[in-house]
Design a protein. Structure first.
Length: 138
């Protein structure tokens, strides 16, 4: 039982690190400080996009753990880190591609305090990319 608790703590630790890296990647891609946009400016747009990114990364981490559970713990943990990083990178690429394909600056729309439909499109792209990564894990 203690061994299983240790595995859970290790996997949760990797998951939290992946969420932190996902936050950092989105922070780099948006103008200003993402935390300020969400917590001080109360930007619903930024909250929607960050939430969808977190859900996508969570799906990737969960699926990797689930699929590789029969491997050795070290190997399963390694795959979790690898697929988590791939997911974050691909989410960032999707964001940049969407930004290039839309008029104006996507980051400005996402950080606006007034609702902008671009936040929903960006959120959908984050989840869609994550689902593609999830499908590739098996």
């Amino acid at each position: 039982m203690l061994e299983d608790i240790g595995y859970a703590v290790a996997y949760a630790g990797v998951g939290v690190v992946m969420l932190g890296l996902g936050f950092f990647a989105l922070d780099v891609l948006t103008p200003g400080k993402l935390a300020k946009h969400i917590w001080e400016d109360r930007s619903l747009n930024a909250s929607i996009v960050l939430s969808s990114g977190f859900l996508g990364i969570g799906l990737i981490v969960f699926t990797t753990i689930w699929v590789h559970a029969t491997a050795s713990f070290g190997e399963a943990l390694e795959w979790t880190v690898v697929f988590g990083l791939v997911g974050i990178a691909l989410q960032a690429v999707a964001y940049v591609v969407l930004d290039l394909a839309t008029p104006g600056k996507l980051g400005d729309a996402i950080c606006d305090t007034k609702f902008h439909p671009a936040s929903l499109v960006t959120a959908a792209s984050q989840v869609a990319v994550s689902l593609v990564v999830v499908a590739s894990i098996a």
